[in-house]
Write a protein that binds this ligand. Sequence first.
Ligand SMILES: CC(C)(COP(=O)(O)OP(=O)(O)OC[C@H]1O[C@@H](n2cnc3c(N)ncnc32)[C@H](O)[C@@H]1OP(=O)(O)O)[C@@H](O)C(=O)NCCC(=O)NCCS
Length: 435
Amino acid sequence: MENSITMIDNRTGKKYDFPIMYGTYPTYGAAIRAADLRQIKVSEDDFGLLSYDVGFLNTASCQSAITFIDGEKGILRYRGYPIEELATKASYHEVAYLLLHGELPKADQLKEWTQKINYHALIHENMKKFMDGFLYDAHPMGILVSTVAALSTLYPQARNINDANVRKLQMYRLIAKMPTIAAFAYRHSIGMPYVYPDTELSYTGNFLYMMFRRMEIKYQPNPVLERALDVLFILHADHEQNCSANAMRSVGSSLPDPYVSIAAAAAALYGPLHGGANEQVLRMLREIGNINNVPAYIKRAKSGELRLMGFGHRVYKNYDPRAKILKKMAEEVFEVTGKNELLDLALELERIALEDDYFIKRKLYPNVDFYSGIIYQAMNFPVTMFPVLFAIPRTVGWLAQWEEMMNDPEQKIARPRQVYTGADCRSFVPLEERE
Ligand SMILES: CC(C)(COP(=O)(O)OP(=O)(O)OC[C@H]1O[C@@H](n2cnc3c(N)ncnc32)[C@H](O)[C@@H]1OP(=O)(O)O)[C@@H](O)C(=O)NCCC(=O)NCCS
C-alpha cells in the first residue's frame, strides 16, 4: 500500500498497515488515524492500543482549513494569507469575514457585514443590571466570561444550532456584543457610566470610544491608536487549535448554544499560560523594575524557579511572527502616547534571553504577549483588561472553529480515553470494618 505505514507489534509479531492522511502540505501535518491503532491487540478481548498524548503534543484533533502555522519557520497564515500582509493591508472586519467565510469580502459584502455587526452592538438592558451585580473590583475577564454565558438565557432559539441561519445570527451578535460587554466591564470597575456604542465609528474606534469617553461631546479616537488596535485585533483573531479553540470545539461538540461555548473558550483564554500571559508580562516587567535586575531574573527563570512570561510557545520554535509585527508597531504607538518606560526593560530582557544557551537550546522566543501588553499599557488600558482585549478579536476565531466543526461530517463529541492506573477491582469494605 502506498502512503501507508507498517507497524509490527513485538508482543505478537503481527504486522499492521495503516494509511497516512495528508493535509495541504505532505511534509507538514501527515497523520495516521489514532482509531486505527485499536486494531493492534494481543488477544480477542483486548480493547486495542491507544495513543497516549497528555496536552495533545502530537495529536491532530481535527482537519481544519482556517489557520496555518509552521512553528519551526515562524509562519502564520489565515486562509492562506500571510499574517504580515493582513496586518498591513486589511482591516479587522475584512479579516473576521475572511476567517468565517474562507474568502476576503468584496466591497458590498464588507458593507453588509459591517452593517450587521453594527446593528447588533447594543446589549439588552438586563445585561447591564446583571453586570451591576459584580463587585466594583471584579476582574473584567470574570465579568466578560459570565456575561457572555448569560447571553445564552436571552436567546433561547440559539440552541437550534443545526440551523445555519440561526448559527449565523448568533455569530453576528457575539462579534458585535463582545466589545460592548468588555467596555462595560471596564466602566463598571471604575464606577463610570456605561457608554453606548457609536456605530459611525470603526469596530476598534467604537471600542476606544466606549472605553475612554468622558465628557466630550464627540469623542474622536486617535487614528494611529485606532489602527494599532485594529492590527492587534487582526493578530489575535485566530491561532488554530490552541487551548481556547480546543475548549470551543470540545464544549461545542456536545452541541450547546454558542454563548456558553464562547464563555468556556474565554475561560480557557483567561489562564496565565494562554491569554492571561500578557497581563503576567506586565507584572513581570514591573517586578524586575530596573534593567540592572534583568540578569538575576533570567537566572531565576533558568533555575526553574519561574518562567519568563511572554516567552516560549507550544508551536513556535522561532520568533513568533506576531511579536515581530508588534515590536515594530510599538514605535508608532509610542510616538503618540509617549514611550512606555517598560519597553527598554523588555528589549533588554529579550536581548539577554536570546543570547542565552538555556533559551537557545529550548527554542524559547518572545511570543505575541511579550509586546502586546506594553502597547496596551501605553494606550491606557489597565492590565486587567489585557486578556479581555485578547478575547474580543479571538471571538471570531472561536466562531470560525465552531462553524467548521459543525459542518464537519466526522464531527463527534470530544471524549478522550485514558490509561487507567488506579486500583484493580476490589470488594466494598463496610465502615466498621475499615482499618
Ligand atoms: C507557552 C508555554 C505554556 C508552552 O509550554 P510547553 O510547550 O508545554 O513547553 P514546556 O513547558 O514543556 O517547556 C519546555 C522547556 O522550556 C522551558 N520553558 C518553557 N517556557 C519557558 C519560559 N517562558 N521561561 C523559562 N523556561 C521556559 C521549560 O521549563 C522546559 O524546560 P525543561 O525541558 O528543562 O523542563 C510555555 O512556554 C510557557 O509557560 N510560557 C510562558 C507563558 C506564556 O508566555 N504564554 C503565552 C503563550 S502565547
